[in-house]
Design a protein around this ligand. Sequence first.
Ligand SMILES: [Zn+2]
Length: 303
Amino acid sequence: MSFSSEVKKELLSIDVLKPCCRHAEAYGMVIFGKTFSSSSVSFKTDKKEIADIYASFLSEECETEPETLEREGKKITVLLKKASDRRKVLEKFGHSQNEVTLRINRANIADDCCFSAFLRGVFLSCGTVTSPEKSYHLEFVVPFLKLSNDLFSIMSEMELEPKHVVRKGSHIIYFKDSEKIEDILTLMGAMNSSLRFMGIKMNKDMRNHVNRRVNFETANIGRSVNASAVQIEAINKIIAASKFDELPEPLQRTARLRLENPEASLNELERLTDHSVSRSGINHRLTKLTEIADGLFDDKEKN
Ligand SMILES: [Zn+2]
């Protein structure tokens, strides 16, 4: 089951006791359905449980007789065939028969408690949320501009910071911020889904942190190995030019140490000298060796 389906399943299991909230949830679901006008009130979904709750809102809240059409391989459609039923629904939610543009009637979301119920209805109707394993994304797909604007305003007032984009003629209200998505899930009453979301997010953050750490250390090892390769090349050049014996004793000792420990970091080389030479002292000598080798090259060119 997708994460989105799990969230919806959890939302469907919530018992809404207060009549005001039940009304608000029904409104959210009905107005964001496929159609909501005097000529058509309908809803489409591929989930039977969601079709059933829509139908029950129409029959119980609005006292109408919805019909459910199910055909093999097609989405389930719930609709009101009788004009008188459609009129009843519009009246119930305070909408007039001949509205040109569909707007949210805030009288249906009267009390603070009703906001979360309303949002739950809207999500059941036109919302989806991506699994946090993949990415952080929650969206509502709204067919009408004004209706999407109203939803956008309500979300903004609740400080959820929605974003808006048009995709295939639909208006998408979406969220990318993981904390806002958690807020919305919690607000709608999907507590378990919200906790699961947080858990997956924390795991992901931890994995990313570990990966970054590993990459950082690999890069550091790479750097010191590269430096070592340059130093060894320099020492070999000095040996090939028969100049090694002419080097001061401390430089000879450090050069041997490096040749014997090609993969050691400067800290490890310091340890190998029993700390008789400091890390920076070793670094200074190795730099000196490369400078001497470079000088040899220059001498040859001059000849
Ligand atoms: Zn309420």
